[in-house]
Design a protein around this ligand. Structure first.
Ligand code: 5RP
Length: 222
């Protein structure tokens, strides 16, 4: 099976976690896009969705799925999203698609985080994938210095020769060379750096369920 077929398989499997009559939180990225395509098939069963990025909102709308503002929503049973890395405890690195801040916000409102990923995303120790951190642009240099003191090598994410700007107008520092043996502690330390908006470590609130696409089928980690 190709990586895309594995992503499609977990996207299909995730539909069983959508609760009829309830709003669903939707993540960002290629796996989340496959999920949106599956969600479209049952769109009449849900009142709408909350999107974690402008790209996701556009894809949901293109399928005729109502997109709700998070400010109108007080609870949702489930948030479904991909990950760049996940460990056996459900801690994740996210933000490869630069949507980490809105992803963390929407996930914080959901009762359950269902992670959907192809099997290559499961790791023993987080950190091989550079850790994305969303930063206020004027704080980029000072935050980078602080991150270096933690042993990482921060690199400003670029696009078309310019710093990539998130949906929130901020920049992303991707931190290389980290071995994250205690993700909960690392998330707390990095969250405390002035100028950091969001750390792409989802450890304090990690995934409750992970659907992993493997060659021999979808495995469920809880
Ligand atoms: C976007 C994310 C994505 O969930 C993550 O990058 C995984 O993406 P993909 O499903 O394309 O592998 O965190 O900010």
């Amino acid at each position: 099976m190709t990586q895309d077929e594995l992503k499609q398989a977990v996207a299909r499997a995730a539909i069983q976690y959508v609760v009829a009559g309830q709003i669903v939180g939707v993540g960002t990225g290629s796996t989340a896009n496959f999920f949106i395509d599956e969600l479209a098939k049952i769109k009449d069963k849900i009142p709408g969705a909350v999107a974690s990025s402008e790209a996701t909102a556009a894809r949901l709308r293109s399928h005729g799925i109502k997109v709700l503002d998070l400010n109108e929503v007080t609870s949702m049973p489930v948030y479904i999203d991909g990950a760049d890395e996940i460990d056996a405890s459900g801690a994740m690195i996210k933000g490869g698609g630069a949507a980490l801040t809105r992803e963390k916000i929407v996930a914080s409102v959901a009762e359950k985080f269902v992670c959907i990923a192809d099997g290559s995303k499961l790791v023993n120790v987080l950190g091989k994938f550079p850790l994305p951190i969303e930063v206020i642009p004027m704080a980029q240099a000072v935050v980078a210095r602080q991150l270096s003191l933690l042993g990482g090598e921060p690199k400003l994410r670029m696009k078309d020769g310019k710093p990539l700007l998130t949906d929130n107008g901020n920049v992303i520092l991707d931190v290389h060379e980290l071995e994250i043996t205690n993700p909960v502690a690392m998330e707390a330390v990095m969250n405390n750096i002035v100028g950091v908006v969001t750390v792409g470590l989802f450890a304090k609130q990690g995934a409750n369920v992970c659907l992993l696409g493997m060659a021999d089928g979808v495995k469920t980690l809880t």
